[in-house]
Design a protein around this ligand. Structure first.
Ligand code: PLP
Length: 372
């Protein structure tokens, strides 16, 4: 295509998880929440519909910033709202990373980070997790140009000094669900030559987070979403917690009205209902533990998950993950098949209701017993 920028034409584009029609399959593939969001969120939307939608929304989503500030013990100017946390990640990448700059990310992790670097014409430097999903010395060296670096990275060519402009660190990570301890992140951040975005999409399921770290170190930026723990993936709302110096800059980059009135109202009501969050996350965590134990009992390797999904790998190649994925799909259960080059493939299974998870595990067992 003649007029398109070369980097856009060359990039693969992010492929979201499958969204079958309602009722067609039990969705355990995109880490949505099986429980209903706080009724207060629905009430907020209903009452706004009565007021009408003829006016522009508040440009910064001030009501939400005040609510989130209360929850996290910061001032509202430490919060920026986004149209889903993908919007937050886009704004951060556009704010910090220019053409030919380097964006560092762990591998395997959230695939979108690389797409965002590609759009900027920047380069993504993928630092491999260790085999046990611990992180090598993330900032222990300048960008690597050879595969023989102290830790495994995919090498880049023609790297200028100081071209590392931003680092992403999802914690808990996807697809593994594993958690880097907060004191390790603090040590990493103190050594970082650039801002580090801790993507806490799943932090509510982990019980720990980097909020106190943001207050101590302005290089740390947190990204959050209401899609997973607040059951509002269809609403599209995320937010950032960062020092006011960072927020002042990112506010210039975001779309003027990046969040609509309905989503601001519903998100504000939802985050004010911390009791609802606690109840649903506790249920999900209990189901997750049962699911992980059962999958291990069946013979899968399952790293300890701190999120609302588990990463399941069969230890030999006797079992094809893809075949199991197809078998589950044929029987009405959609999980996520992931194949990471130079790592492994496996199945990421979201935590659903107890009933759906038990039915899915029953199918896995039948498959292993030879029903293929
Ligand atoms: C789901 C997810 C997000 C994005 O969530 P939004 O729906 O865009 O708010 C961000 N990061 C990770 C690691 C995720 O898994």
């Amino acid at each position: 295509m003649t007029w398109v920028r070369e980097n856009i034409e060359a990039m693969a584009g992010y492929v979201p998880g499958e969204q079958p029609k309602a009722g067609e399959a039990v969705k355990l593939n995109t880490n949505e929440n099986p429980y209903r969001a706080s009724e207060r969120a629905y009430d907020a939307i209903r009452s706004l519909l009565e007021t009408g939608l003829s006016r522009y929304p508040n440009a910064s989503g001030q009501a939400f910033r005040e609510a989130a500030a209360d929850v996290y013990g910061v001032e509202p100017d430490w919060i920026m709202c986004g149209n889903g946390s993908d919007d937050i990640l886009t704004v951060l990448t556009r704010t910090f990373v220019g053409e030919n700059d380097i964006l560092r990310l762990p591998y395997p992790s959230y695939i979108l980070y690389k797409s965002l670097a590609d759009i900027q014409g920047a380069r993504a430097e993928e630092v491999f997790f260790n085999d046990d999903w611990s992180l090598p010395d993330y900032f222990g060296q300048a960008p690597a140009t050879t595969p023989t670096a102290p830790f495994r990275v995919k090498p880049l060519e023609n790297v200028e000094p100081n071209s590392l402009k931003l680092a992403y660190l999802p914690n808990p990570n996807s697809p593994s669900g594993t958690l880097i301890p907060i004191d390790e992140i603090e040590a990493l951040a103190n050594a970082a030559p650039c801002p580090i975005v801790v993507d806490e999409a799943y932090a509510d399921f982990a019980g720990v987070n980097c909020v106190e770290l943001v207050k101590r170190n302005p290089r740390v930026i947190i990204s959050r979403t209401l899609s997973k723990s607040y059951s509002l993936a269809g609403l599209r709302f995320g937010f950032m917690i960062a020092s006011p110096d960072v927020i002042e800059q990112t506010m210039k980059v975001k779309d003027s009205y990046n969040c609509d009135s309905l989503s601001i109202a519903a998100a504000t009501a939802a985050i004010r209902d911390q009791d609802h969050l606690k109840t649903t996350t506790a249920k999900i965590v209990a189901t997750r533990e049962r699911m992980a134990a059962k999958m291990r009992e069946l013979g899968f390797v399952v790293p300890e998950s701190h999120a609302n999904f588990t990463w399941n790998v069969w230890p030999t190649d006797e079992i094809s993950h893809r075949e199991l994925y197809e078998y589950l799909k044929k029987n009405g259960y959609l999980v996520r098949y992931m194949n990471y080059s130079e790592w492994s493939d496996g199945l990421r299974i979201s935590v659903g209701t107890d009933e759906d998870v038990d039915a899915c595990l029953g199918l896995v067992e039948r498959f292993l017993n030879g029903d293929r």
